[in-house]
Structure formats: structure tokens, C-alpha cells
Write a protein that binds this ligand. Structure first.
Ligand SMILES: [Zn+2]
Length: 113
């Protein structure tokens, strides 16, 4: 998790929000903002395929990770999504494509039918 810490004087924040100039004699206290970036990952499903590193036919985990812009540690704005496939035996992680999710859902539907 990346954490960015900004300390803005409150009169600058008031200028930005209200669009008006506050005199330097009216300077108030300082305001603290905690911005950051956070990545959340979830396993979409399992794929049975051969691994290019360990060379064995094994189960791989399809992982979707979403990057978030956070404010005070709360995810506010979703940023880029990325996909990966990880070997459950050796841990080799390869980048996947967004079509991975569609492929897994179509396989799940085919298994139910
Ligand atoms: Zn492997």
C-alpha cells in the first residue's frame, strides 16, 4: 500500500473549495489529508493447466486485482484492474488478460449445464 500524506493550510483549501481569496490575517489551523493507493486481489477461479516453470500439470489460480485511490484509508476511486494466473505449486505468476474472467464464467456455466 502506498500512502501519500499532504498537509494543506486551511486557507488554501478554502480558496480551492470556495473560489475566493482569504486574507493572510484570517489564517486558520492546518488541515490533514491522508491519500493513498491500495490494491485488492481476489481469486476468480481455478484453471487446470501445465506450468512453464515446474513443468507439471497442476491447478492455477486466476487472480483479479483492483487498484484503488484511498482517502483516509477508505477506497474511494477504482483505478486500473489487472489479471494474473499463479501456479499453486511453485508460485509462478504470469500476467493474464481481461478475457480471463469471461473464460472462467463461461466454463462455470458449461459445468452447471
Ligand atoms: Zn509451477
Amino acid at each position: 500500500m502506498v500512502l501519500l500524506l499532504f498537509l494543506f493550510p486551511i486557507d488554501i483549501v478554502a480558496k480551492i473549495i470556495n473560489g475566493r481569496v482569504v486574507g493572510p490575517h484570517k489564517r486558520g489551523g492546518d488541515m490533514l489529508f491522508l491519500f493513498g493507493l491500495r490494491r485488492k486481489a481476489k481469486v476468480l477461479g481455478q484453471i487446470d493447466q501445465s506450468c512453464s516453470k515446474c513443468g507439471r500439470q497442476t491447478v492455477h489460480s486466476a487472480i483479479e486485482s483492483q487498484r484503488w485511490f484511498t482517502m483516509f484509508f477508505i477506497p474511494v476511486i477504482p483505478l486500473a484492474k489487472s489479471y494474473a494466473v499463479r501456479c499453486n505449486l511453485c508460485g509462478l505468476t504470469l500476467t493474464g488478460s481481461p478475457e480471463l474472467k469471461a473464460q472462467l464464467s463461461s466454463r462455470a456455466l458449461a459445468a452447471k449445464a
